[in-house]
Design a binder for this molecule. Structure first.
Ligand code: ADP
Ligand code: MG
Length: 683
């Protein structure tokens, strides 16, 4: 297997390994380990040093020792529950090997009398004699034992010994691959090859050696492979030629005249980006990223207007009906009456639905708002030219590509995300798209004041809420879970609702995931119309609903949320011009670390900065649910610690794109890192 360029070995399934039976294979498969390559990324957590041997009179009770002994006598009691025993000795003393559940024949084989055998295990003492119970290692060949043995976080059913055997076997058979990096890049990693890097990765002396060349090289491989895919997709989309959209400034001016504010600089910049794309000859595939409340909706609506003006239909997809309705209402306010816009909601009558469907088919309807229902099979557009997708959809690369294919070559795509994430993550997650960012908030906004309160001070909080309500303000009250769970002592929103409803009878609404959509909308509308002054809810209000009159948000058990999530929740208030407050409640006094985190929130309203801090604390995988979303997770690369490698990869990709370089030399890299299929599938 050595000295080949063949990566097939790495991609072959586990049957290639000697000593791996069906049972082990099934266990590993359950852990999503399907081939040999997958096994490489489970890293040793620590090791047991069995390299030092000693004499029996030097043994320490409770410690793991490796010792050379000579078996001198078997004791097989042949009584149930009594263990088998082998008396052993060296020149300095005696030790017994005790075996539970081992057959005589096996014991005779591994511990033949009068021969020198090396054993290793934990030493105990019983009635003046040293003992070693079920020794972990027993062998005539001491070199097999006298080394450092890796400890992995193991799956039940596989012993450390057999797992180490598997890994050793793989490392021994590791094929030598042709180098895919240039010398210039390789030098930055001390010329460490992929092969030697992998071997070092599993060497116990290198555990947690994140800054070493071999580790960084492997992290870079991983980053580059995912960036290469993004680059290919981007290239592919750029190649799609479309009919450019032609529009005038008029509709923009008309619309702005109907608003009581001016766009911020960042909004204007984003709009220019989008307009340039719409009027260009290439298909737009753009992400509009902006913190909560930064005003993405209006930007998207103005650009929609431009598309309509040039004769195309527009579809705006929101994650919930409530949001779709909100965007629809805003459009109704600011669009000229001659523009025919429709809301496709699950509630409308059948005849009305049919009317909308017909209208889309024959180009009578210019723009439709709705949830993913607007992309049902039975809905066909006469001339769809622009799809806008709002928030919360954490699509993976494949899904986004499918989406961009929808509507055909003339259809531009805008994805809006209210998830401010650090640039390294944007690069990895949305690297297939062009990106516009709205950083600045509309300037009339006052920063939300953030406080922390211990739960026992609830009376103070109620007092504060009463005062706010008197001034005509509304309150969000967020509790982490629906029903009180036995496992987690989350506050129950149901209980909270009852509690608050006693204090403010008839003025409290309750919203949680188990309430059906129609009911949900009724409740939200009651809150919007100020019938309710307090809305108790779980985190479902996180989605971008706009309640300009809500000024206070109280978040119970705030330590259950990450910083970014708290920031998003906080963004529900402070959208009007009044001073808004956010009260974070805690069950007990805050630890030093928790205080640090809360201070970040108190001192900053900048979502990008907060998400960066959040990522430093919690790791990127957990950041706002990207983990569950199927968006790619890295094996080694870390957007915080390997920031420089992300930028290096970005630079390399740019050079490749500018010089139109082929990606052929990265074939093995892409194959190994499971990216080749994506390229073949969608490029
Ligand atoms: P998000 O980016 O979170 O989707 P929205 O588009 O819902 O934000 O906008 C939040 C609120 O800010 C809305 O009430 C909107 O009318 C208002 N808004 C948007 N842009 C501006 C601006 N430039 N000046 C003042 N208010 C604005
Ligand atoms: Mg929004």
């Amino acid at each position: 297997m050595k000295n080949t360029n063949n990566y097939d070995y790495l991609l072959s399934d586990l049957t290639k390994l000697t000593g791996v039976g069906k049972k082990t294979m099934d266990i590993l498969k359950r852990k999503k380990i399907n081939n040999i390559f997958d096994l490489l990324w489970r890293l040793p957590k620590s090791y047991t040093d069995r390299s030092l041997t000693c004499k029996i009179n030097e043994l320490k009770i409770g410690k793991i020792h490796t010792v050379k002994i000579i078996p001198i006598k078997y004791q097989f009691p042949r009584v149930r529950n009594l263990p088998n025993r082998v008396n052993c000795e060296d020149k300095t003393g005696k030790i017994d090997c005790i075996f539970f559940n081992s057959y005589e024949g096996y014991i005779r084989k591994i511990l033949p009398l009068s021969e020198e055998i090396t054993i290793s295990g934990k030493i105990t003492r019983f009635k003046d004699r040293y003992q070693i119970t079920n020794p972990t290692y027993v062998s005539k060949d001491s070199t097999l034992i006298e080394t450092k043995h890796n400890k992995y976080s193991l799956t039940e059913g596989i012993t450390e010994k057999s797992y180490n055997k598997i890994i050793t076997q793989i490392l021994k058979n590791l094929p030598k691959l042709n180098e895919w990096h240039d010398d210039k890049i390789l030098k930055q990693f001390g010329k460490e090859s992929w092969n030697s890097s992998i071997i070092k990765l599993h060497d116990p002396i290198n555990i947690a050696n994140y800054k070493s060349n071999f580790y960084r090289r492997l992290a870079y491989d991983e980053i580059l492979s995912s960036f290469l895919v993004n680059s290919q997709i981007r290239k592919k989309i750029k190649k799609i030629k479309k009919d450019s959209k032609k529009f005038t400034e008029n509709s923009y001016k008309d619309t702005m005249a109907k608003l009581n504010f001016n766009l911020t600089d960042d909004q204007n910049k984003s709009l220019i980006d989008i307009n340039n794309d719409l009027s260009s000859k290439s298909k737009m595939f753009r992400l509009l990223q902006g913190d909560v409340g930064s005003g993405k909706t209006i930007v998207s609506l103005i650009s929609a207007l431009n598309s309509i003006e040039s004769g195309y239909q527009v579809a705006l997809m929101a994650p919930t009906e409530i949001l779709a309705r909100q965007h629809f209402n805003l459009a109704r306010q600011i669009f000229n009456k001659t523009i025919n816009i429709k809301l496709l909601s699950s509630k409308i009558e059948n005849y009305e639905k049919k009317e909308i469907i017909d209208g889309l088919k024959n180009n009578k309807v210019n723009m439709v708002f709705g949830t993913h229902a607007i992309f049902q099979k039975k809905i066909t557009f006469s001339k769809l030219g622009y799809i806008i997708i709002d928030e919360q959809h954490k699509f993976g690369v494949r899904q986004r590509k499918l989406l961009s294919d929808k509507g055909g070559k003339n259809c531009d795509i805008l994805l809006m995300s209210a998830t401010p994430i650090p640039r390294t993550l944007t690069m990895s997650i949305y690297g297939d798209m062009d990106v516009s960012i709205i950083k600045e908030k509309p300037n009339h906004r006052k920063e939300v004041k953030t406080y922390s309160k211990i739960e026992s001070k609830i009376d103070d909080v109620i007092k504060f809420v009463k005062k706010e309500i008197k001034e005509g303000n509304q309150v969000f009250w967020v509790c982490p879970l629906i029903e009180e769970s036995k496992k987690i002592d989350h506050q129950s929103s149901v209980k909270k609702f009852k509690n608050l409803n006693n204090l403010f009878p008839g003025k409290v609404g309750l919203l949680h995931g188990k309430i059906d959509n129609e009911e949900k909308e009724v409740i939200l509308n009651k809150f919007l119309n100020k019938e309710y002054t307090i809305l108790v809810s779980t985190t479902i209000i996180e989605v971008g609903i706009d309640f300009p009159n809500a000024n206070v948000i109280i978040i119970e058990n705030a330590n259950k949320f990450g910083l970014s999530q708290l920031h998003q929740l906080r963004g529900r208030v402070g959208r009007g011009s009044k001073q808004a407050s956010c009260i974070l409640m805690f069950k007990s006094n805050l630890s030093v670390n928790a205080k640090k985190r809360i201070n970040i929130l108190k001192n900053s309203n900048d979502g990008f900065k907060i998400s960066e801090e959040d990522m430093k604390i919690r790791g990127f995988g957990d950041l706002l649910g990207f983990k569950q979303s199927g968006v790619k997770n890295f094996k080694l690369a870390d957007p915080v610690h390997n920031e420089d490698l992300f930028f290096l990869a970005e630079k390399e990709i740019k050079i490749m794109e500018e010089n139109n370089l082929e990606i052929k030399k990265y074939k093995a890299l892409l194959k190994l890192y499971d990216q080749a299929d994506i390229i073949n599938d969608i490029v």
